[in-house]
Design a protein around this ligand. Structure first.
Ligand code: FEO
Length: 398
């Protein structure tokens, strides 16, 4: 059993899979589940890196004991305090009462706040080290990837970065936990969705973390979610680098809120013109049907964004309103924005879209289209013109 959990050196995988929860953070769908990764370093001194969601404590404890038997754990290194990782902290402390918690100044306030735990602490600052015997660990503070206390732990001996949420992805680890033993196909899209949904607001913090990691000789990424990355670690770092710079691929997300399909016809007209103009990556999302988790992921993926809304109670269509709030929350940058609206007796959606456009600071492309009641030849021409303007803007970047 011990060898089957081994990653490198004396480092073992002791994480768990969650195929039960429907919504991560109560918000984000988990069609492929999610893993909560924890790592056990079975050295002269034993160290546990993060814990798991409390629902899986018994499985977790069994995995720990299968590696170290009755040996005590000397250190619990907390890279991140969000309860999907710290949830088992109290129970670990009950089973290993002499364990020393390793964290930074921000960590310990949360340890006490969430779990009422005080006692012996190993307080680290950026660049501090911990020698376990074979493995020599160095700590890097990476605040806001994804909370203020987040840090990463680098194993100098084997080049392993224990990266917390950094480089994470949704999706359970079915069978193998290392990319060398897994079909990783699902994880690329689930990585974009995870990043955009969970960490997406903190692009500049991720960029600062990447700068800190750049001088390190990383062989292996041990994140708290998703596979252990060895063979494909460079691709993972590149994805996180591009997403945290808000760099999009050529393509357009057209997202619209419609009640009876008239506003949808505007989206179709715009999309057809984009296609005629040579843009191949076009994704239409009916906001009623598609969960915002997936829409946000596509907005992170593509440079072009066109949003349409029917007028509803003299406001935006409610689900579009909610989506705009999620976009602004993530402080997204570097997008080309077009928009359109519709109304039956009083135009309001377009006015609210204009307010959003100003707040977003996105580059406005084309002339916004407002439609009264249903599609006319003139409205169709205006939609085509909007599609054409977006296509031309995207093609300037080729
Ligand atoms: Fe996976 Fe920010 O917790």
């Amino acid at each position: 059993m011990e060898q089957k959990t081994k990653i490198k050196g004396k480092v073992h995988y002791v994480g768990v899979n969650d195929r039960t929860k429907h919504l991560f953070e109560g918000l984000w769908p988990l069609p492929y589940g999610v893993s909560y990764n924890s790592y056990l370093i079975d050295d002269e001194k034993v160290a546990l890196v993060d814990t798991v969601d409390i629902c899986y404590f018994e499985v977790f404890l069994h995995k720990i004991r299968s590696v170290i038997g009755d040996r005590p754990i000397d250190y619990l290194i907390i890279n991140h305090m969000e309860p999907d990782h710290s949830g088992s902290l109290s129970l670990i402390k009950q089973h290993y009462p002499n364990i020393i918690i390793v964290g930074n100044k921000q960590t310990f306030g949360m340890v006490e706040g969430f779990y009422g735990i005080t006692g012996e602490q190993y307080l680290i600052a950026n660049g501090d080290s911990l020698d376990l015997g074979y493995h020599k660990l160095t700590f890097y503070l990476t605040p806001m990837v994804h909370w203020p206390e987040t840090m990463m732990t680098f194993d100098e001996t084997e080049g392993i970065i224990f990266s917390g949420d950094g480089f994470g992805a949704f999706g359970t680890l079915d069978g193998g936990f290392m990319d060398t033993r897994l079909n990783t196909d699902i994880f690329w899209q689930e990585m974009i969705r995870y990043y955009s949904n969970i960490v997406g607001k903190y692009g500049s913090a991720v960029q600062k973390a990447l700068e800190k990691l750049a001088p390190l000789s990383i062989t292996t990424i041990c994140s708290t979610h998703g596979p252990v990355w060895i063979e494909q670690k460079d691709r993972v770092i590149d994805i996180y680098d591009r997403m945290s710079r808000y760099e999009g691929e050529e393509g357009v997300v057209i997202v619209y809120g419609t009640m009876y399909g008239n506003t949808e016809q505007m989206a179709e007209a715009i999309a057809l013109e984009l296609s005629v103009q040579g843009i191949k990556n076009i994704v239409l999302h009916n906001v009623n049907k598609r969960h915002p988790s997936y829409i946000i992921a596509d907005i992170f993926k593509y440079k072009g964004l066109i949003i349409g809304s029917a007028t509803y109670c003299n406001e935006l269509y409610p689900e579009i309103d909610s989506l705009l709030s999620k976009i602004l929350t993530r402080d997204m940058k570097n997008r080309y924005l077009g928009y359109f609206g519709s109304f039956c007796w009083s135009s309001a959606a377009l006015r609210h879209m204009h307010t959003f456009a100003e707040k977003s600071k996105f580059e406005l492309v084309g002339i916004p289209v407002d439609m009264k009641i249903s599609m006319s030849d003139q409205t169709y021409d205006e939609c085509e013109a909007l599609g054409l303007a977006m296509a031309e803007r995207l093609k300037q970047d080729r």
